[in-house]
Design a protein around this ligand. Structure first.
Ligand code: SF4
Length: 461
């Protein structure tokens, strides 16, 4: 039964919502969030922080009030196979006096002390809102400390107020780009890639690296999950940049293409077809150098599929016909999720993202069923109303979407920073199916207020 909930949408946001098939495709996106609409987006600084944070042997110093650092402390839970310096959160803790007289001295002192104590391979220094207002010269302090200490010190121009999360991604890419081209590329083989846009949540980059290893491809740098400064410095020696996620690291790939002539391909490691296509695209790229790589890749996919398929079939039996909603940071991940739900016999009725482009949404409109709501830069009020209108069984999102689902009595699957289950790769598809099944089929939802309301109104009609 469809409820007749009136969806509260601000007039200024109506053109950022599209319903597949109801009107010719049109959606406004890639613009500043509407003031007062309480966007799900984070600030520029947070965008930069999430991208750079998994570089495990770098020092990450937040120049600003303590709150900016506290709010992004260990934000992705990105795993490291070695050093764990990234998991510590450092801040210059700017106070009123520093705002009046300037915080450069304090920054110099903090940087010097932290570099002496932790001996990092490089340091990233993040600007926050207040630094943009008082005008501390981050670049000058970073240059001075780099000379004094003999390690790269990179300013990240991420003043929180100067745009949306996307600008933060760009600031992070710019800082990483300054590191590339400074290391020795000797010994890097022809069949080599950099993995961009994977943050090693729950060890996912290790799964993907293992696939590439079985194909005979060397990974030079992880950007940035389980990342290392020295790998980044020699990453310009790789033959191909393989980029996941539409927003976070694409600018680095573009900068590297311009500077070093390294081509890039966009992939997704989520779901069956997209994971397989990610491997096949790399195999196709190297086929002229290694004619047997495609055969090895096909064997790998066949072997993984044989293990995965019987398990998916079991979950599909219960999940057939259930409804899913998706709200993620970058729209690229949403394509894979729509396909993954289809494999489980489920229908996607709502899909949106914080930073999608018109091209992304056009593609979503093409792969979703009539009536599916496509939304750009949504907010809790809209999302809540859409979830109720569509009577979804599971909501896939991140830390800010979780309470919306829980308050409405809807199953939830964390597909963002906080997840502890690997969802990438073929094994990740099975984990995803298991998690969706456990959540959707849980008997607890029968006792939540929304379900009780729907059940009782259904029995009256
Ligand atoms: S940078 Fe600005 S918007 Fe971002 S957390 Fe700090 S104060 Fe808040």
């Amino acid at each position: 039964m469809e409820t007749s909930t009136e969806t509260p949408i601000f007039d200024e946001r109506r053109d950022q919502i599209h319903r597949t098939g109801e009107t010719p495709f049109a959606i406004a996106c890639n613009r500043d969030s509407l003031a007062g609409a309480v966007s799900q987006r984070a600030c520029v600084f947070c965008g930069a922080r999430v991208v750079l944070y998994p570089i495990a042997d770098a020092l990450h110093l937040v120049h600003g009030p303590i709150g900016c650092a506290a709010y992004t402390w260990d934000i992705r839970g990105a795993l490291s196979s070695g050093p764990e310096l990234h998991r510590l959160s450092f801040s210059t803790d700017l106070q009123e006096k520093d705002v009046i007289f300037g915080g450069e001295k304090k920054l110099h002192l903090a940087l010097t002390e932290l570099i002496d104590r932790h001996k990092p391979k490089a340091a990233f220094v993040y600007s926050t809102c207040i630094v943009g207002i008082i005008g501390d010269d981050l670049g000058a302090v970073c240059r001075r400390v780099a000379e004094e200490k003999g390690v790269p010190v990179l300013p990240v121009a991420s003043e929180g107020f100067k745009g949306n999360k996307r600008e933060g991604y760009y600031a992070a890419c710019k800082a990483m780009f300054d590191l590339t081209g400074t290391g020795d590329t000797a010994g890097i083989p022809k069949l080599s890639i950099n993995i961009l846009g994977d943050f090693n949540l729950a060890g996912e980059i290790w799964i993907v690296r293992e696939y590439f290893k079985r194909m005979g491809v060397t990974v030079v740098a992880n950007v940035t999950g389980d990342g290392r400064v020295d790998d980044l410095r020699r990453s310009h020696g790789a033959s191909l940049n393989v980029v996941q996620c539409s927003g976070a690291t694409i600018e680095l790939a573009k900068l590297m293409q311009e500077a070093y002539g390294i081509p890039f391909s966009r992939v997704s490691y989520f779901g069956i077809e997209d994971m397989a296509e990610a491997l096949y695209s790399v195999a196709r790229f190297f086929e002229k150098d290694d004619p047997e790589i495609m055969e090895r890749t096909k064997t790998l996919v066949r072997e993984e599929f044989a293990v995965m398929y019987p398990q998916l079939t079991q979950y599909r039996r219960d999940l057939e016909g259930k409804k899913a909603a998706i709200y993620v940071g970058g729209a690229f991940k949403a394509f894979s999720l729509v396909k993954a739900f289809r494999h489980l016999g489920m229908k996607t009725v709502l899909v949106g993202s914080q930073t999608g482009t018109e091209e992304d949404y056009r593609e979503l409109a093409a792969v979703t069923d009539p009536g599916t709501i496509i939304v750009d830069d949504s907010n809790p009020l809209e999302l809540s109303a859409f979830l109720q209108e569509k009577e979804v069984d599971i909501f896939v999102g991140g830390v800010k979407e979780r309470p919306i689902a829980h308050k409405l009595g809807v199953g939830f699957c964390d597909h963002n920073h906080e997840r502890k289950e690997a969802l990438e790769g073929f094994v990740g598809m099975v984990n995803f199916a298991r998690e969706v099944h456990a959540s959707v089929m849980s008997p607890v939802w029968r006792f939540t207020p929304r379900r009780i309301q729907i059940a009782s109104s259904g029995s009256q009609s």
